[in-house]
Design a protein around this ligand. Structure first.
Ligand SMILES: NC(=O)C1=CN([C@@H]2O[C@H](COP(=O)(O)OP(=O)(O)OC[C@H]3O[C@@H](n4cnc5c(N)ncnc54)[C@H](OP(=O)(O)O)[C@@H]3O)[C@@H](O)[C@H]2O)C=CC1
Ligand SMILES: O=C(O)CCC(=O)C(=O)O
Length: 421
């Protein structure tokens, strides 16, 4: 039996710890602005429930590996905990806590009745075949079962997981609960699903922030996974010219605009963007320095740092990823006149559509995809307008304004329920 645990020494700041520091910094700024007392600050900076589990995975060759898994419910004062599940070798309890906290603010900002949660398993899903992945997923559900359920904590896809993972989770949960949880079946060949809704929301936020015709606006997208690939496509559909994308292997660049369908076909065949014949190769991080109008980080946290922020030439950064900009980079971008549409606003389309699906399930109702998308669009646009108005009125960045609204709502829920003063 081998144990796969991330190796960190006390002196190392893991990417997860860096992400958590960013969330706490953002919370601190909002709490200062709102004049929150120490009790509320402590309450809001501490997760309500946090579970670390060791998950055995039986490999096809008979070996047994143990991987670390996490589920963190940051806050449940406004409703059941909600948030995705990530399979990534670098994930740790700090990263999952940060991601859960961002979920709390995202749901509060969109004013949907959920708290915030996130899950993670420290594994590279590409090293497992589909039977091993299924066993891992079911065993993880087993371990975190007491925290789950439609009234407690509802998962969704994130990095390294997809609609198939969600179907295994639903089935594993249902067989333990003794009844089938109603949910939408996964169509053969998959569907744009959750990530498609996230990308649609990113498109809506980007167009709102642009405030001008998207025709010919140049875009670079970091990350060509579920969210990044569809965001690129939706922005191109709106008239933008997507000139560069990257994944963990590197980047590709075509000044006249990438053929995104061709690139997706190449990625499906080869597993990565590098090597695509109809574009120039880029170093993975060169993408941040391109002379484009819009930069969309759609990969992992802390992609834009104080090291590369001074070289960002885009006037608009739209955060499809969670936590892609460190606080130091944020200050540099703002000082340089770049507008940043923050994650909790830009990528809220996914959780909004999750919420709309939950409402349909609760009411045993069925809306068309167009109806659900219309409602999501309306909520994205009205939330964007509310954030932009507060930012203009108080001289805040969009991120600061979004956090002031979101943290204010969660704080109010605590005060109303007399949980804290
Ligand atoms: N899925 C969803 O519904 C939602 C996701 N998000 C956020 O969006 C982001 C992306 O999620 P998702 O698309 O689901 O994840 P995926 O696992 O589908 O895709 C992640 C992408 O990021 C790339 N990537 C990883 N590291 C780097 C790097 N250093 N440089 C460039 N690219 C890199 C991956 O490349 P490679 O394949 O080569 O590893 C892959 O293309 C995350 O921050 C997630 O939390 C937010 C809301 C909802
Ligand atoms: O749909 C959801 O529940 C949450 C999606 C998610 O994990 C996110 O927005 O980061």
């Amino acid at each position: 039996m081998s144990v796969m645990v991330p190796s960190t020494t006390p002196a190392q700041i893991t990417p997860g710890r860096q992400a958590l520091d960013s969330t706490l910094h953002q919370l601190g700024q909002a709490a200062d602005h709102l004049g929150l007392g120490d009790g509320l600050r402590t309450m809001l900076s501490t997760p309500r429930r946090s579970l670390t589990v060791s998950v055995p995975v039986r490999r096809e060759d008979g070996r047994m590996d143990i991987v670390q898994g996490y589920r963190v419910q940051h806050n449940v004062s406004r409703g059941p905990a909600k948030g995705g599940l990530r399979f990534h070798p670098g994930t740790d309890i700090h990263e999952v806590t940060a991601l859960a906290m961002w979920m709390t603010w995202k749901c509060a900002l969109a004013d949907i009745p959920y708290g915030g949660a996130k899950g993670g398993v420290a594994v590279d899903p590409l090293t497992l075949d589909s039977r091993e992945l299924e066993r891992l997923t079911r065993r993880y559900v087993n371990e975190i079962l007491p925290m789950m359920g439609p009234d407690n904590d509802i998962p969704a896809p994130d990095v390294g997981t997809d609609e198939q993972t969600m179907a295994w989770i639903m089935d594993a949960y249902s067989s333990k609960a003794g009844h089938t949880l109603p949910s939408k079946p996964v169509p053969p060949g998959g569907s744009p699903g959750q990530a498609g809704a996230t990308s649609r929301g990113v498109q809506i936020a980007a167009l709102a922030a642009l405030g001008r015709s998207p025709d010919g606006v140049t875009v670079a997208v970091q990350g060509f996974g579920k969210v990044g690939a569809l965001t690129a496509q939706y922005l191109a559909d709106a008239g933008c010219k997507v000139v560069a994308v990257s994944d963990a292997s590197g980047g590709v660049y075509a000044p006249a605009g990438l053929d995104l369908a061709g690139l997706r076909a190449w990625v499906a065949e080869s597993g990565h963007v590098l090597g695509y014949r109809h574009a120039d190769a880029l170093g993975r991080d060169e993408l941040f320095e391109l002379n484009v109008d819009v930069l969309v980080p759609a990969a992992l946290e802390s992609a834009i740092t104080e090291a590369n922020a001074p070289h960002v030439r885009a006037r608009l950064v739209v955060e499809a990823a969670n936590g892609p900009t460190t606080p130091e980079a944020d200050e540099i971008l703002t000082a340089n006149g770049t507008t940043v549409v923050p994650d909790i606003l830009a990528n809220a389309g996914g959780v909004i559509v999750s919420y709309l699906e939950w409402v349909q399930i609760m009411q045993a109702a069925s809306w068309s995809e167009e109806q659900a998308e219309q409602r999501m669009r309306h909520l994205m646009e009205s939330t964007y307008a509310e954030v932009a108005a507060l930012a203009a009125r108080r001289g805040l960045t969009l991120r600061q304004a979004a956090h002031v609204i979101a943290v204010g709502r969660v704080a109010e829920a605590h005060q109303t329920r007399a949980l804290c003063s």
